[in-house]
Design a protein around this ligand. Sequence first.
Ligand SMILES: [Fe+2]
Length: 225
Amino acid sequence: MNPPRRFLSRREILETAVALGGLAITHPMRSLLAQEVKRQLTPEQVMGPFYPIIRPLDHDADLTIIKGKQGHAQGKVIHLTGRVLNSKGEPVRGARIELWQANTHGRYDHPSDTNQVPLDPNFQGYGVQITDAEGRYRFKTIKPGAYPTGPYTMRPPHIHFDIMGKNDRLVTQTYFPNEPLNEKDSIFMSLGSDKDAAVGKVLPPTKELEPDSLVVAWDVILDRG
Ligand SMILES: [Fe+2]
């Protein structure tokens, strides 16, 4: 009788890899790493009340300009980029990513949003992209403002996503690191140990980007892709 199959923990695999020293990781080890290290899944979160009722005609990946208009959206430009992967770390090509968010002032272009701050006529607020062969996506947008949800509660800056992979659909939100409002937000705090998987990494811009922009890197892990 065969002994029961035992999965190595991530730590055991890494320790084994370290023990191999300078040796190249052999093919069986590479496939073991790929198969047995299950990545932390991106947590599901509520869609919220501001998914666009009327999707704009312009819904490309650059939310900072609207086709046919001269102006640019107000606020801090961010290049939000990452990959959609399955839990084995394999890229999910052709995933459809919808994004929607508040403008720099914290207002959605949605009739239910009663926040008394301005709309930005040059901000697209919604975009769609399809991941490439490596599972990559990229949006140029604005860092959203925080907004009130009651007399004493504010939602921290966050961006909503609806992601259609080949097998899984995920509705979720991503957050920015080191935002004091994160720890006061009931939706964010309800994620518990999944919180980190919902926070992007903020990086300085690469030299071809606007010098005062930021890169926000955030990978999405869908269980079955
Ligand atoms: Fe929101």
